[in-house]
Design a protein around this ligand. Structure first.
Ligand code: FES
Ligand code: FES
Length: 162
C-alpha cells in the first residue's frame, strides 16, 4: 500500500506526514510527529490511554486511522502547557498525586479536559461514570477523582480572574 500525505493541525501548528492507509492516528502522532505524550496501551479502544481531543471531542486515537484525521484540529497532552506553565488540570493532578506510574495520565487528562468544559457542577457520580472508559492499574481512582475536582476549582478561579 502506498503512503499518502496527511495534513492536520496539532496543538495549533499545521503538521504533515506520510501515512499508509492502515496507520493508526496514535502511531502517526507518536512515531511520525514525535508526540510521544499520547500513550498507547491496549490498541483496541478499551483503556483510554491514547485519548486526544479532535475537533473538540475526546477520541481514542488507536481506533482512528491517520488518514481519517486529515484536516482535523487535534490537541494532545503536549498542547496543554502555556509558556512553560502547567495547565490547571495538569497542576491539579500533580498536587493531588493523581498518578503513580503515569502511564494512564495523558488519557485521563485529555478525557477530563472535555468534561470540564461542560457547564454545571461536577457531580462525583457523573464524573466517575464519564471517566469509566479510562483504566488505571495503580491509583485506585480516588486520587484521580480528587485531581479532577481540584482542577474544576482551579479553572473556575482562573476564569474568575480574567
Ligand atoms: S490504546 Fe487506545 S484505548 Fe487503549
Ligand atoms: S498511574 Fe499507573 S496506570 Fe494509572
Amino acid at each position: 500500500m502506498s503512503a499518502e500525505i496527511v495534513t492536520l493541525t496539532v496543538n495549533g501548528r499545521e503538521r504533515q506526514g506520510l501515512a499508509e492507509p492502515r496507520r493508526t492516528l496514535v502511531d502517526f502522532l507518536r512515531e511520525d510527529l514525535e508526540l510521544t505524550g499520547t500513550h498507547v496501551g491496549c490498541e483496541h479502544g478499551v483503556c483510554g490511554a491514547c485519548t486526544v481531543i479532535i475537533d473538540g471531542a475526546p477520541v481514542r486515537s488507536c481506533l482512528m486511522l491517520a488518514v481519517q484525521a486529515r484536516g482535523a484540529e487535534i490537541t494532545t497532552i503536549e498542547g496543554l502547557e502555556e509558556n512553560g506553565e502547567l495547565h490547571p488540570l495538569q497542576e491539579a493532578f500533580r498536587r493531588s498525586f493523581s498518578f503513580q506510574c503515569g502511564f494512564c495520565t495523558p488519557g485521563f487528562v485529555m478525557s477530563t479536559l472535555a468534561l470540564l468544559e461542560e457547564d454545571g457542577p461536577l457531580d462525583e457520580e457523573h464524573l466517575r461514570h464519564e471517566l469509566s472508559g479510562n483504566l488505571c492499574r495503580c491509583t485506585g481512582y480516588q486520587s484521580i477523582v480528587d485531581g479532577v475536582r481540584l482542577a474544576a476549582e482551579l479553572l473556575a478561579e482562573k476564569r474568575g480572574a480574567k
